[in-house]
Design a protein around this ligand. Structure first.
Ligand code: ZN
Length: 349
């Protein structure tokens, strides 16, 4: 799990508005912790149902509009519906449980009293927060859960990537409406949220387009086959020279005929800074690099390679290095495919 910086901003914002009310610092902290735990439990709901379908979650990034989990592979339309529902359902259950507990203690509380944060209404406010998380996440704006639900329903009638792009389009449209509403009512938070929904929808739409354009191609179709390697006994200076004289950023590190690591540009520059030109490549290389098979579907490599600056090594069955796949090559491959598609539309064969 990692925190997106905007989530930290939101926490600071909540702290800021929390301090104004009639509540102690400890209760303010408890309130924020409660909301934070709710968002985390929401994501765990997704993660658990995804695991039920054999999909591991690579990481969970916390954004101000909620967390976003990065799955190992895309769930299919049938798997996505229960996975997407699980998160909001967790918030609904938390809200229900807290409301039931409060009601059993003191009866129901008027909603308008919750606008004034006090120590006494902490549980109510966390319940209300969860209710809002539940409703908000169900908005049909991809990549939010409601948008995923919409997509999985659309995917029953059309190809998955087309459904994704439709849901992402709906997300962008809704975000523009929210942004306009925020502008109209002078609601800063709504504008802020609209921006994130828009960017998220845009990103997901682009990713879906990428999957669509790579569908049916193996990794070997986009990999670099003409590249330079370094030996694990080479000096940092030698690798630095290669960085300057070639157009490569990352270098496979060899020990005789087998690959033992990957020297990235960042690691190379860092080693140059810390150990100087006489340092060894072996001390700076990454042993835990991404390995791909040449015949695996290119679309399956997207989650790992479609990240700016990413580099993976392609190894055959005998563990021999046969190619490299970088995010740069991948976008070039996608650009070429896009051009080919457009060309077929203009000059059909
Ligand atoms: Zn969710």
């Amino acid at each position: 799990m990692r925190l997106h910086f905007t989530f930290v901003l939101l926490l600071i914002f909540l702290l800021f508005i929390g301090i104004g009310g009639h509540q102690s610092g400890a209760m303010t902290a408890l309130y924020i912790l409660g909301l934070f735990a709710s968002v985390l439990l929401h994501e765990l709901g997704h993660t658990l149902v995804a695991r039920h379908y054999g999909i591991r979650t690579l990481e969970i990034v916390m954004y101000p509009i909620g967390g976003i989990s990065r799955p190992e592979r895309q769930p299919n339309a049938r798997e996505e519906l229960p996975i997407a529902l699980a998160g909001p359902l967790v918030n609904f259950l938390i809200a229900l449980a807290l409301a039931a507990w409060v009601a059993s203690q003191q009866g129901f509380v008027a909603l308008e009293k919750l606008a004034e944060p006090t120590d006494a209404n902490l549980a109510e406010r966390i319940a209300l927060g969860n209710l809002l998380l539940f409703l908000f996440n169900l908005l049909p704006a991809y990549p939010m859960d409601g948008g995923r639900i919409l997509r999985s329903l659309l995917a029953l009638r059309m190809p998955l990537e087309q459904a994704t792009r439709a849901a992402a389009g709906a997300g962008q449209a809704l975000a523009i409406l929210m942004g306009l509403g925020g502008l109209l009512w002078g609601n800063f938070i709504l504008m802020f949220v609209a921006l994130f929904v828009y960017l998220g929808a845009f990103q997901e739409g682009a990713a879906a387009r990428g999957r669509q354009l790579t569908a049916g191609y193996p990794v070997r179709a986009a990999m670099i086959t003409d590249f330079r390697t370094v030996q694990h006994g080479d000096r940092i200076r030698d690798a630095g020279n290669l960085l300057l004289t070639t157009s490569q950023h990352d270098f496979p590190v060899m020990h005789a005929a087998s690959v033992v690591g990957l020297l990235t540009r960042a690691a190379l520059v860092k080693a140059m800074l810390n150990e100087g030109p006489e340092g060894y490549v072996a001390g700076a290389m990454d042993r835990d690099f991404v390995r791909l098979k040449p015949d695996m579907p290119l679309s399956e490599a997207l989650p790992q390679v479609a990240v700016p600056g990413a580099c993976a090594l392609v190894m055959d069955e005998e563990d021999h290095l046969v190619g490299m796949l970088t995010s740069e090559k991948l976008s070039e491959f996608v650009l070429l495919r896009q051009a080919t598609e457009a060309q077929h539309r203009v000059h059909p064969a």
